[in-house]
Design a protein around this ligand. Structure first.
Ligand SMILES: [Ca+2]
Ligand SMILES: [Ca+2]
Ligand SMILES: [Ca+2]
Ligand SMILES: [Ca+2]
Length: 482
């Protein structure tokens, strides 16, 4: 050991055996250090780097897939090589697992590559023997896109719509879901598949999925529910499908209808305080209350002293006395239960008759009828007209005969229907025929037949152109013609 000694005689250096041993120790250490530095080798990666790995995203590269094995060598055979890696981007570290001893690089078991998130992962790896570090080398994992199908958010297979029965062109609605799709820059197209009871009634917008009625939907004639299957397709042709179920509600769009007006006949014997007639109307709406009908009577009607309306029935309050009227007309209203309500009106006409045997009204197809609705009535009416015409004609004939001949009918037993005797009774002509005969004796028809001019059978000469002497025998021989 070297000692610096200071005293009055100055500074001196002293050395002893302990100091010698210390120097030797340091020399040995320096020798060992130099020997160690001279013998260590750095691990060296084998193979060609960088390594480019093209891997499909998602299920194309499942978790736990071996991507690459690092291999480094060390000339120092006893050295143990350890591997370690860093990532770019740093978040990629969660996607891979590295075995520090084997140098194997895997995709993480619980994660998958996602093209839409990262298209490339750079992994920088080194190898060390504990003293020296080899590397880094680069392994690039390039993520390949895989087409992925669209899906509904929230996940659904059925969509429900409700709207009133409506004309064509009415917007039914938008679907309550949105379309999800992992692919970038996607384009989705909507369409109906053609199946479903409502396929012919629905138009679907191809770009946004809204649906409208392609034709009128009449709830009053149709079931009220239909469905249509729709499909959303992405640019890769992948699709998702759902069913639209559409329910149509009934609206009050049809008025009540009476079958007809009512023409009634009531008599003195019509039963009092029983239903005189029941009116009836129908409503074409599909459901209640739109097709429910309430009846009422026009409060301005006349005949209130006789008729009362209750429900759909008309009652006779008192026995009819024809002296106080023979004709009443009033209106019955049929009002449906919709909102707004629709009203129909029918007219009830009541006529009286005085029969003591008839007690009820005349019933028609709607309960009661007109006189002309019965063909027997019409036939009897025509026959009565014919008989009346004959009687009138006969009467006129009688009047004419009376005016012309002074009597309505020929004397009984004379003229044409009586046998005439072979007679030479003088015939006496009466005016005006007498004036046309210029010869012979006076002429008179003893049978008082009409002395009208006539043509004799087989002879063109006229009776009033021949002489009395010449005609007299002919007259006798042709009396049957008179
Ligand atoms: Ca897609
Ligand atoms: Ca994708
Ligand atoms: Ca109605
Ligand atoms: Ca309706």
């Amino acid at each position: 050991m070297l000692l610096l000694i200071c005293n009055d005689s100055g500074v001196r250096v002293e050395f002893n055996m302990r100091r010698h041993n210390f120097l030797m120790f340091h020399l040995v250490c320096l020798f060992c250090l130099l020997s160690a530095c001279k013998g260590n080798n750095t691990p060296v990666f084998s193979g060609t780097y960088p390594v480019i790995l093209n891997k499909n995203e998602e299920g194309g590269t499942p978790g736990g897939t071996l991507l690459h094995t690092l291999t480094a060598t060390d000339a120092d055979i006893n050295d143990v090589i350890m591997y370690s890696c860093t990532f770019n981007p740093s978040d990629s570290s969660t996607l891979f697992t590295i075995s520090s001893q084997s140098g194997q690089i895997y995709t993480a078991a619980s994660a998958m590559l996602d093209y839409e998130q990262w298209q490339q992962h750079d992994i920088y790896c080194t190898a060390t023997d504990g003293v020296a570090v080899g590397g880094p080398v680069l392994i690039s994992v390039v993520v390949q896109n895989v087409a992925e199908a669209p899906y509904f958010i929230p996940s659904t297979t059925v969509q429900y719509f409700t709207l009133p029965e409506s004309p064509g062109g009415t917007l039914i609605g938008h679907p309550s879901f949105t379309i999800g799709d992992e692919d970038m820059n996607e384009v989705h197209t909507w369409a109906k598949t053609g199946s479903g009871s409502g396929a012919s009634y629905i138009y679907i917008n191809p770009t946004n999925g809204t649906i409208t009625l392609s034709q009128d939907y009449d709830r009053d004639t149709l079931s009220g529910t239909m469905d249509v299957e729709i499909k959303v397709t992405d640019k890769y042709g992948l699709s998702a499908m759902a069913t639209y179920t559409i329910t149509f509600t009934d609206i009050n769009d049809i008025s009540p209808v009476f079958a007809s007006n009512y023409a009634l006949i009531a008599g003195v014997n019509t039963t009092v305080n029983t239903s005189f007639v029941t009116v009836s109307a129908t409503d074409g709406d599909a459901t209640s209350p739109n097709n429910e009908i309430m009846y009422s009577i026009d409060t301005t009607f006349t005949g209130g002293e006789y008729f009362e309306f209750n429900g759909s029935n008309i009652y006779l309050r008192y026995s009819i006395d024809p002296e106080y009227g023979s004709q009443w007309t009033f209106r019955i209203l049929a009002i449906d239960g919709g909102s707004p309500a629709y009203t129909a009106t029918t007219t009830v006409s009541v006529s009286t008759y005085s029969s003591t045997t008839a007690t009820t009204t005349t019933e028609s197809s709607a309960g009661y009828s007109w006189f002309s609705d019965n063909w027997l009535n019409v036939l009897m009416f025509v026959l009565a007209g014919v008989v009346l015409g004959v009687l009138i004609g006969y009467t006129c004939c009688m009047c004419w005969r009376y005016k012309k001949y002074g009597k309505c009918l020929p004397d009984k037993g004379t003229c044409c229907d009586a046998e005439r005797p072979e007679s030479t009774d003088p015939l006496v002509l009466v005016p005006p025929l007498a004036t046309t005969l210029t010869a012979g004796r006076p002429f008179k028809d003893p049978y008082n037949c009409t002395p009208e001019p006539y043509s004799r059978m087989g002879d063109s000469a006229r009776y009033d152109d021949v002489s009395l002497t010449a005609i007299s025998p002919d007259i006798q021989s042709n009396r049957s013609m008179l």
